[in-house]
Ligand binder design. Structure first.
Ligand code: FAD
Length: 289
């Protein structure tokens, strides 16, 4: 390995300036649970590591306009243990809880899970179903984009050179809302999703679904938002017929690969089952809210 510089800036502006001055040879370092493994295996050899964990904006969880904003470098464990956040967004926390072991969660950030751009990243379908928005800072200033626009294929994001995801914003939740994320793996612990499914829905006062978002992980080159699956729920009591239509729409949206964890056909079938189960869990939470 050639010589590498390490910097720990205290402001986002300083971090962006460091990245901009490195001619594309710098990497952002959050928890390091993906990056350090990639560096050790030789897949990645940055000339500069920009550690973002000393930047206050990237390490805080704040209530904002009835919703939440959390820094992209906040550890998974800090989000799981934040009682109000976990109560407001249990499905997002379902996804975060799947990230590795306790030790991994103590380091791993949601921003890193998103920007590592694994199609099987567990927090990402749950965030997309929740309608999360990323606040991005770069050489040209700040911009906000829906989280679904960030992954661009395995290991690729839509971030421009020098851009950092600063924080993630979750909107205010209407009454009678619930979300859930479920994943299927061959092993019960420390495995990568064969399929992940996130569902977020809101009921009206009569128990009719008035809004829904459904997102699948590990069934395409990036997380897939499935509007057809959401449409199957809207206007219904999320009854058996609606859930069957959601399940069929989820399976139809899959573009998976064959690998040692499962064949394409298997993933397509499991995606329908997991989407239905996640919708049932989100419905139960919405009815209790
Ligand atoms: C044993 C083990 C088990 C795991 N199990 C799971 C699992 O079950 N599910 C799962 O989803 N993941 C799992 N992971 C992967 C990993 O822990 C997660 O992807 C984690 O959330 C990455 O976050 P991090 O803060 O460690 O990111 P880092 O490793 O620091 O960064 C990851 C990538 O994102 C970039 N990056 C980080 N933050 C930003 C930012 N704010 N802006 C722009 N770019 C950024 C980095 O440059 C790097 O390319 C596991 C990892 C290990 C080691």
């Amino acid at each position: 390995m050639s010589e590498m510089r390490y910097e720990a800036p205290k402001t986002l502006e300083a971090a962006v300036a460091l990245l901009a001055g490195a001619n594309g040879r710098a990497k952002v370092l959050a928890g390091g649970t993906d990056l350090l493994i990639q560096m050790r295996s030789g897949r990645m050899e940055p000339a500069l590591l920009v550690d973002i964990k000393g930047i206050p904006e990237m390490m805080s969880i704040v209530a904002e306009n009835g919703g939440y904003r959390f820094g992209a470098a906040v550890s998974s464990m800090d989000l799981i243990e934040h009682k109000e956040f976990a109560k407001a967004w249990p499905g997002v926390v379902d996804g975060i809880k799947y990230i590795g072991s306790l030790q991994v969660k103590a380091r791993a950030s949601v921003g890193g899970n998103l920007c590592n751009a694994s199609p099987a990243a567990d927090s990402v379908p749950a965030l997309i179903a929740a309608g999360a928005v990323a606040n991005i800072v770069g050489p040209k200033g700040r911009r906000e984009v829906p989280v679904e626009q960030i992954p661009a294929g395995p290991g690729k994001t839509s971030l421009a050179p020098g851009e950092i995801v600063a924080s993630l914003r979750l909107p205010r939740r209407p009454a009678h809302s619930g979300d859930a994320y479920l994943r299927f793996t061959p092993r019960t612990e420390m495995d990568i999703a064969v399929v992940g499914a996130g569902v977020n829905l809101t009921l009206d006062d009569k128990g009719i679904c008035k809004q829904a978002r459904v997102c699948l992980g590990a069934v395409a080159d990036r997380a897939v938002l499935v509007p057809e699956a959401a449409a199957a729920l809207v206007g219904t009591r999320v009854d058996d017929a609606a859930l069957k239509r959601l399940s069929a729409a989820a399976s139809a949206a899959c573009r998976p690969i064959d690998d040692k964890r499962g064949t394409k056909e298997y993933r397509i079938k499991v995606a329908g089952v997991m989407a239905r189960r996640a919708a049932e869990k989100a419905l139960e939470r919405a009815r209790n809210n």
